[in-house]
Each structure stands twice: as C-alpha cells, then as structure tokens.
Design a protein around this ligand. Sequence first.
Ligand code: ACO
Length: 336
Amino acid sequence: MIGDAGNDVHVTITGLGAYAPERVITNDELAQMVETSDDWIVERTGIRERRIAADSQALSDISLPAAQQALAQAGIDGKDVDLLIVATVTPDMMFPSTSAILADLLGAKDAAAYDLSAGCTSFMYAIAQAYGMVAAGLSRRALVVGGDVLSRILDWTDRSTVVLFGDGAGAVLLEPVEKGGFLGFELGADGAGGKELLFPGSGSRLFENGGSRFLTMNGREVFKFATRVMVTSAEAVLEVSGKTVADIDVYVPHQANVRIIDHAARKLGIPEEKVVVNVDRYGNTSSGSIPLALADAGSDGRLKPGKLVLMTGMGAGLTWGSALIEWTDEGNGAPA
Ligand code: ACO
C-alpha cells in the first residue's frame, strides 16, 4: 500500500510523548543470566542496556504517561480525543483492548478505541490509519500509542533473543492542520516470511505441546529482510511524495540493531548526523521503538517546523512501513 498524502486536508503530529520503565538491565547483568558478554552484544547489536517493566506494569500502565505527555504537549484534554489506537503485539490481554482500557484512564469517553497488531511495524500502520481517519474527517483528534512489554514473551534462558529486546511506549496526537504534516506512506507485508519471527501458541492455532509461549526468531533471516526493506520502503515513500534523500532532515529508523540502522543509512545515503539512534539505551522496544526515538529527537531539538522527517519500521509478519512528515509548529517538538 502506497500513496502520497495529497488531500486538501493536511494532518500533522501536534503532541509527542514517551515512557520507558525505570528498571535498567545492563549487558553485564544479562551475562549473569545467559552465556553472553557486553562485548558480543555491543559489537553485534549496539545495545548497551534496556528497560524492563515491573511485574505490576502492563502495557496500559507504561502507555499512560506517554499518552498524557502527548496530550499535554498538544494542549488537549483526554475527553477531546475521538480515536485511540494502541499499536502493539503485547496488549494487557486479548480483550478488552488496551486502547479501551487506556481511553478510560485518559477520560477519552466515547472515543473509538482498538488495538492494532503488525509486529514491530504496528506503530507505522497505526499512524497511517489515524492519518486516514483524520484526513477523511472521521476523527479530529486521534491519539496513537506504540508500545510493547516484550519482556513478558521472551525466553529468559535464550541468549539469541533476550539480549535484543526491551520495554517502552511512545504516543503521538494527530490533528488537521493548514499546511505541512504527513506527505506519504508506504506499508507492506510478506506472510511467507512470517515463520522467521513468530510467537507460536499465542492464538487460535494449535501447536504440539501448546507452542513455545515465547517469541521465536531466525535472527539471520530477519536481518537480511530488514536490511532490504529498510531501504526499499524508504525509497518508495520518498518517490511517491516527490522528495529525495537530500531533502531528509531527520531519519527515525526502527531501533532493532545498530548494524541494520547503519546499513540502511549508508545505502540510502543519509549522513550520520541526521540519524536518530537510541537502541543503545532501550534495545528493540518493538512498537515503542519509533515513537520513543521520535520523542528523543524532539527532546534534543531536532524536530523544528519545516524539517522533513522520515520514519521506517519493519518487523514480524513480516511487515514494513514508512512515513514522511514535514514537521509543523503545532506543538513545540519536545515532550512536555
Ligand atoms: N551472546 C553470545 N553469542 C551469541 C549470542 C549472544 N547473545 N547469540 C548468538 N550467539 C552466537 C551464536 O550461537 C553463533 O555462534 P556459532 O557461530 O558458534 O554458531 C554466533 O554468536 C553468531 O550468531 P549469528 O546469529 O550469526 O549472529 P549475527 O551476527 O547474525 O547476530 C542478531 C545475531 C543480533 C540476532 C542479528 O542476526 C540480528 O540483529 N537480526 C535481526 C533481528 C531483529 O531485528 N529482530 C527484530 C525484528 S522486529 C520485531 O517484530 C520483533
């Protein structure tokens, strides 16, 4: 699915928020749990530490502060939100949806609320949907939360996955605007590759022995897929939006592995200073990854009106997605 956002109605991000749990787990701490080392993890992934939710924290708990921050920055009260999408693969439970739980906590009474799942690309799919709802006039104020508590579905004895992931959430508020805002989207999926990254036993498909109860991944295959689609998806959204790589001011890639990010930036020709990287501090937070990185870019002053921001995600499905947005002066670009 691809298209430029060439409607008469422009839609932008007016509020941005992020939250990561307090508990930090360093690589050295992980090396006491599984056979690994700080050197191996840093060299192969760029990750130095990650945040892990407390036992008492579910997705809605870590999403709430991020959502509140986004609303505060936009100057919007929870009751004024008319659409709430939570992008995730680790909802509090299958139902009620985490978005309905969160809408209640925020006082977003009567807002349409649902969860959306597209692996680590969930946030990209969700902002495309929210954009469409606002552009069509169905929603005036759409809150999109991207977040995951992947620590709950990891096998903490499996060194090949446990070193990669962390917990976190980010949120954006989308509203109509006079000019600027989203310029285009590109989203896709390749179900044939789904077997490379899955959570067997988490749904209605019956598995022998009930499935693994854990995230299972073929790292090398996902790596190959990631390095390919991070480039092709970005090129596609640039082309459909009538922009080139030289126009990009800020590049916000999915934070899975610094080697994947470096490869994509190099292939696309985006210089290092335009690339947002925080995988060293958070690991791969799945649906939380891009909004957390966007919030970091806001905090360090990179999101200024007129700046062109490219976001590209990829993940289970296998899925991918890109969005291009011209930052506007609605909201101040930094978390409240
Ligand atoms: N510590 C030490 N050694 C390890 C570890 C570890 N944590 N994990 C694996 N190894 C070993 C392997 O056993 C292997 O040993 P061997 O050569 O004796 O067999 C060796 O290190 C090399 O393993 P590879 O798998 O070849 O290592 P690679 O360089 O491919 O890095 C990694 C592995 C980091 C997982 C990489 O493949 C990767 O990043 N893949 C992409 C993963 C990803 O992005 N997933 C998220 C998708 S988004 C979503 O939806 C969740």
